[in-house]
Write a protein that binds this ligand. Structure first.
Ligand code: SF4
Length: 267
């Protein structure tokens, strides 16, 4: 099915912008394909609650469709539920997580702020431990599945994201059978390609030329797409205002369309 031009044309007023927030870069896991180069000993580089609140406000004013929280592992942060509560009260909000920390007090806190605007998206790379653990670490599949079930028991809508890797690509249908067995419908399962970024030495080469922009923010500025916050994907060294990043991205797209050399002036 052809996608209507307005959905892919970022210069159209009908284009629905998405905002991605890198809340932090530290993580309880150290996946060998991590595009963010996250891990237990990685500096946090926290975006912070005040910045998140202001960015959400600006996204709402600009008519963005969604806000996504990612990292690192967002649930390492003490104030992540304050961020999610603020965001989901105003706009459709999804938090990406490995889910392995979501039990006991952290899960209770998340349940306190549950609402229809808040979706939890968990990475699950296989229907069996071998497929998932190959890139995410031994024992991670079992803990992730346990957390998915806990989230479901507490009434959460859980979305699943699978990264297609050499370890699971021959039997991706197994993860589909598995998520259906958990009661998670096909519409709540996404498969994305492995990207050659961050720690990953294999996968697709993705950059500004082949990614539809989704405004992405970390403490260092604004970026083209959440696949990477490397310097070549940066569109601004300033976080605010969000409208400026949108204008820069639109300008960049126009320059690319005209075949000119894309030039960015950082201020
Ligand atoms: S891929 Fe996700 S869970 Fe794995 S190290 Fe990176 S941020 Fe953490």
């Amino acid at each position: 099915m052809a996608i209507p031009a307005t959905e892919t044309d970022c210069t159209s007023p009908a284009f629905m912008w998405k905002l991605w927030l890198y809340t932090n870069y530290d993580c309880n896991l150290r996946c060998s394909y991590c595009v963010a180069k996250s891990g237990p000993n990685v500096p946090r580089r926290a975006l912070g609650l005040a910045n998140v609140q202001r960015l959400v406000d600006e996204a709402v004013t600009l008519g963005f469709s969604d806000v996504f929280f990612t990292g690192g592992e967002p649930f390492i942060l003490k104030d992540i539920c304050d961020m999610l509560a603020y965001s989901s009260a105003r706009i459709k909000t999804t938090v990406l997580t490995n889910a392995m920390l979501l039990h006991n007090k952290r899960l209770d806190k998340l349940c306190e702020i549950a609402n229809d605007n808040l979706i939890v998206q968990v990475t699950l790379d296989g229907g069996c431990p071998e497929d998932h653990d190959a890139y995410r670490g031994k024992g991670s599949w079992a803990k992730t599945v346990e957390s998915i079930k806990l989230l479901q028991e507490r009434g959460f809508r859980v979305r699943l994201s699978t990264t297609e890797t050499p370890a699971n690509s021959a039997h991706l249908e197994k993860v589909c059978e598995f998520h259906r067995s958990l009661g998670i419908p096909d519409e709540d399962h996404f498969v994305r390609p492995l990207a050659k970024r961050g720690y990953s030495k294999e996968g697709l080469e993705l950059d500004m030329a082949n990614l539809l922009p989704e405004v992405t923010v970390n403490l260092d500025g604004m970026f083209w797409h959440p696949f990477s916050t490397d310097a070549d994907m940066q569109v601004s060294k300033r976080i605010f205002p969000l409208a400026e990043a949108v204008e820069r991205i639109q300008g960049q797209l126009e320059a690319m369309a005209e075949g000119g050399i894309p030039l960015m002036t950082f201020t």
